[in-house]
Design a protein. Structure first.
Length: 141
């Protein structure tokens, strides 16, 4: 693995954390949404990642790469809570509305974790850049 591959690995980590943050934002935006059916109620979503190991060929330029890639977004299988509110205009014929299954506390925890991972990847990029610059300075001597 060359030093330049570190930039690709850190960039894939940044992209993954960006996907995580966008998913958290979407979940938080829909945390208070309601529906008249369980199927229509918002379900929490989480990104699914897969690692790419060095030695696997990159289809674009047949070079070895390593990092992280987003495979997709998985929807939670947790049940949505039914709440009896017969006066609500969104209530079904039986008077129930269905709340989203988003846990604001879990989403805030995910957001803090993604932010920390994002900052760590930025630090990897900055450190790698400094190492390259120091190597270039040594070559001038």
């Amino acid at each position: 693995m060359s030093l330049f591959n570190i930039f690709d690995i850190a960039a894939s980590g940044l992209s993954a954390q960006n996907t995580r943050l966008n998913t958290v934002a979407s979940n938080l935006a829909n945390a208070e949404s309601i529906a008249s059916t369980p199927e229509g109620a918002y379900k929490s979503r989480q990104p699914v990642f897969a690692t790419t190991y060095e030695g696997q060929l990159n289809n674009v330029n047949n070079s070895a790469s390593a990092g992280l890639r987003t495979v997709g977004i998985a929807e939670s299988s947790a049940e949505n809570v039914a709440q009896y509110q017969p006066g609500n205009p969104m209530a079904n014929d039986e008077g129930y509305i269905y709340l989203s299954n988003v846990s604001v506390i879990e989403e805030m925890t995910n957001m803090m974790s993604a932010k920390s991972s994002y900052q760590s990847n930025i630090e990897v990029l900055n450190t790698s850049k400094e190492l390259l610059l120091q190597t270039l300075r040594l070559g001038r001597l």
